[in-house]
Write a protein that binds this ligand. Sequence first.
Ligand code: NAP
Length: 280
Amino acid sequence: MNITAHTRPLGLIGYPVTHSKSPEMLNEVCRILGIPAAYLAYPVKPGDLEEAVKGMRALNFIGFNVTIPHKVAIMPYLDELDDTAKEIGAVNTVVNKDGKLIGYNTDGVGYLRSLQEETAVSLQDKTVTILGAGGAARAVSITLAKAGVKEIFIANRTQQKAEKLAESLCIFTRARSVSLSEAQGVIAKSDLLVNTTSIGMSPHTDQTPISADFLHAGLLVSDLIYRPKDTKLLTSAKQMGAQTHGGLGMLLYQAAVAVEHWFGKPAPVAQMRAILEKEA
Ligand code: NAP
């Protein structure tokens, strides 16, 4: 990359960030699109977030990505939030528009693009069970609710969080929380099952959020985990004859949509996917 006095900063803030593949992927995007920018990963401790945002504003960053633990905490330090970020209640992408910092959330739309591209599923009138009620569950469930699914069941270890999420979905579609013991019954009548918990993520690849007995051949099983690519849940689902969808596509498209927000150009997704697949 040719860094000159015209090169502008872009980056990722989170804590930790050393695991991130975004610098490699986003610097390649800038090279392909001919954007004079350099993307770095910045470890920002929670107590330093406000100062970090002030610094990025002062240094005229093009924009930045936001990851754990700052996705919610950053919102008061931004000038504007788009409607999706407001609905989801979290920000993963910030655009600096003429000095004004605008927060977006591209996780939900990234998930939806990936799901539709990889499975061609029609979501109209479908019944969905979501396992988990954290940040990713919120982004995915709100997006699915707005995409026309008929009904959403939320099952989570902490049931209070599932209840709160289900309540907030009711303005878009039918939604209710279920206990983990009720999950088998609702999965039996579901078309789509989405694991948004971290159960099964590397290095705990022998774990699965539900028993394989809960799965059936008519189900599309989607797991947000991308490391490993084939979680134990997805392997069991395949053995059961179910269609499967892994988390790498969501990772790709949430970044691709961020690129579109920053540069107003389509992202080079094939090259981005190649980098993620090499690293996964
Ligand atoms: P989060 O806000 O911390 O939520 C974690 C969820 O997992 C909560 O529902 C939590 O239940 C549940 N959970 C964690 N450990 C558990 C355990 N041992 N037993 C039962 N439930 C457990 O995290 P997040 O940001 O939503 O991320 C969740 C997963 O999605 C992670 O694996 C992350 O890598 C993945 N993700 C993928 C992408 C992508 O681009 N593919 C994007 C975002 C997230 P409680 O509420 O009871 O704690």
